[in-house]
Design a protein around this ligand. Structure first.
Ligand code: FAD
Length: 399
């Protein structure tokens, strides 16, 4: 792909910039720039604004309401959004289950689910992991037993991100014999979270946030026409979804913006004299991250380019995941270093709207320790970085 923008691409960049200036709510962008958490309603509000503009299904095929953008346009869009302080879209519907439904679902399922996902009328969550079945996902134990036109589902999913808000969950379930630990026994099932036999219990993370949950299924009856594709083929569909998930986790554009803010923080001085950025060791750490980020950006562009030709991202998504999350955590470390004692106070409420306690120090410093802790998750979720290394050694290096 050519990165010298053509006249049309520059025009597109202006269009995106203007759209963001006019349509991105200021209360949302200001929260994103300060590292505050958004409410469910704010995510939905932004996604519905994107939908109204026709820009919600960035990677979707045009026939299902996708943008039809080239990889350069996607690159421009991501960068403009990050600079303007637009939130990432919640990936579970638009970026994760949708590609599975439009690739492997039947016509009835496409019509039933895709329009509501595109319009962000429903909130989805991901039900893969279980206790003892994270890295070894094929060891999952949640069962779905066929009974006439229904499946009866029993089991517990864990680490379910934002499941407390969800209307639907896409689940990997065991439809084969309970003894079988092979991947042919796994199926991909869509389950309505409003079923009274489903309970959701919170898991509070190290930064005090409620982001993840356990989801319990107790004799939940699910219509058999919520099964995607064929019984026993869930593993194949799940792998396609995971490559999309890992590509998104790299978060190149937001990292670029955070690096700019980090440099601004390190350029400020408490005593009017010394600045952290003048310290050659700190400056070198920033430079190293910047170089890694630039290299990652090109890898992401190559992947985006492949996606726009209709290919699912391959093992390169594992490379994006590892390096992208290392960079996120590297920026976190330097933020804490730059914020110094301003990063220390533990005030979980400061992530919430309405918090009127005083931040100590600059705005971008105030949440740096909590963000540091929160982002430890990035090298674990979506398949841990150690597992990604295994995938690369097998799929790329042939070991
Ligand atoms: C914040 C957060 C949000 C999440 N959100 C979701 C979600 O929405 N939906 C969902 O389904 N899941 C979610 N997950 C689960 C996530 O995918 C798993 O945590 C992850 O796959 C790791 O599994 P595990 O926690 O069972 O760790 P384990 O598999 O027990 O691994 C423990 C450690 O051993 C290492 N390890 C394990 N096997 C190997 C191996 N073969 N080679 C080398 N090292 C190995 C791992 O890298 C890790 O460091 C989330 C996790 C977190 C932390």
């Amino acid at each position: 792909m050519n990165l010298d923008f053509s006249a049309e691409e520059k025009e597109f960049q202006q269009e995106v910039r203007q759209f963001l200036q006019q349509k991105l709510p200021k209360n949302i962008s200001s929260k994103i720039k300060k590292g505050l958490h958004l409410l469910k309603e704010e995510y939905v509000q932004w996604q519905q604004i994107l939908h109204k503009q026709g820009w919600a299904g960035v990677n979707w095929p045009v026939e299902h309401g996708g943008t039809g953008w080239t990889s350069t346009q996607k690159y421009i869009f991501d960068n403009e959004c990050a600079q303007a302080g637009a939130p990432d879209v919640i990936p579970f519907g638009l970026k994760m289950v949708a590609p599975v439904i439009y690739t492997f679902g039947n016509e009835e399922q496409k019509q039933r689910f895709l329009p509501d996902i595109l319009a962000s009328k429903v909130w989805w969550c991901q039900g893969y992991s279980e206790t003892g079945a994270g890295s070894d996902l094929a060891g999952l134990k949640t069962t779905a037993v066929r009974d006439g036109d229904e499946y009866i589902v029993n089991g517990t999913k864990t680490w379910t991100t934002l499941g407390q808000h969800a209307d639907w969950i896409f689940c990997l379930v065991r439809t084969g014999p309970p003894s079988a630990k092979n991947q042919e026994a796994i199926s991909f099932l869509l389950i309505n979270m409003h079923d009274p036999k489903i309970t959701v219990s919170p898991i509070i993370t190290i930064d005090g946030s409620h982001e993840v949950n356990e989801v319990h299924f107790d004799e939940v009856r699910v219509p058999a026409n919520n099964l995607i594709g064929a019984e026993g083929q869930g593993w194949t569909y799940a792998k396609v979804l995971l490559t999309h998930e890992r590509t998104g986790i790299a978060r190149v554009a937001p990292s670029k913006d955070r690096l700019i803010q980090l440099k601004q923080l390190a350029e400020t001085s408490d005593d009017g004299n010394s600045k952290l950025m003048d310290d050659p060791i700190f400056a070198q750490k920033v430079a190293n991250l910047e170089i890694d980020l630039l290299a990652l950006e090109y890898t992401e562009l190559r992947t985006l380019s492949a996606i726009s030709t209709g290919k699912a991202p391959g093992p390169e998504s594992s490379i994006l995941k590892i390096v992208g999350t290392q960079i996120i955590q590297g920026i976190d470390e330097l933020y804490v270093e730059a914020a110094a004692y301003y990063s220390m106070p533990y005030v979980p409420q400061q992530f919430e709207e309405g918090f009127d306690g005083q931040h100590i120090g600059p705005d971008t410093a105030a949440n740096s320790a909590l963000t540091f802790f929160n982002n430890r998750k990035t090298s674990i979720y979506g398949g841990s970085n150690e597992i990604q290394t295994n995938i690369i050694s097998k799929a790329v290096l042939g070991l």
